[in-house]
Design a binder for this molecule. Sequence first.
Ligand SMILES: [Fe+2]
Ligand SMILES: [Fe+2]
Length: 325
Amino acid sequence: MVSADSENSMVPGDASAAATPVRLAHLSDPHLACLDDITARDLASKRLFGYLRWKLQRGAGHGSSVLAALKADLKQTRPDQIAVTGDLTHLGRPAEYKKARQWLQELGSPSQVTVIPGNHDAYVKSSWPQGMVHWTEYMTSDACRENDPKAGTAEPIFPSLRIRGCVAIIGVSTARPSALHLAVGSIGVQQLHNLATILDQTTRKHLYRVVLIHHPPAPGTVNWRKRLTDAADLQSLLKQYGAELVLHGHAHRSLHNSLPTPAGNIPVMGAPSISALDRTPERRARYYIYQITPGSQGYETSLEVRIYSPEDNRFIRENEPRKVE
Ligand SMILES: [Fe+2]
Ligand SMILES: [Fe+2]
């Protein structure tokens, strides 16, 4: 799905790779449900609420045909890297984590595809061996590849850091189980502390820093029930250390916000659900291809948006590539 050639040309620390443009695709929130064999025991939790919502409302809005069209389109667009910003599953059931792993394998290898979890991936307190352990190679930092995934939990993995040519892909987890009526997320003090260190180290190396986070960090993007509880802490951290781009999911809408910093605004870009059949254009499935080009005056970022066309059952280019600021 992603270009094998570009993977090989993006060896961390390779000086020639650092001068080459990187094409990073961003997609989010596939909500890969697996409800056929659901049991009464499965539903003795918050999952009952999610199951009913899926059956009565949300399920009809997500389609496997969209994901098949995505697969075909990625074969044409061939981005160098793919970032997936959470909610891969719907109820966080063991079968859904496995289904999501298969889907990730179809997108590309673990070194080509970077994953962070969303609130639906931590829907209830799942044990690590049945859950996100299936995605470990897609989530870990470059330096952690040799670690035994079965020994850990999601916590020590994040923030993750992957360097691909001139780009530092920094993954933050906001996935926490929350109360029945809530879809909140939080980063936590330790992760924020480590994130500051990573942002500082990567800017000293003149890398282009892309922060992946499921919950939107810009104020007023989602309602209180779906908020990032420590958004203010992240905002002040980004103000201090900076970042070149923030990518998120969760809102299921196409969003373009920014966070002001003394060095300029950081673009904060939200992707809708990649499996959404929605007729409302801003909510319909889209993915984004950012081309990051290093130059003597700094980096330039351009964006191509690919939107699902229900009439043609395929993704089409929504606009001419435009500069992101
Ligand atoms: Fe979602
Ligand atoms: Fe979410």
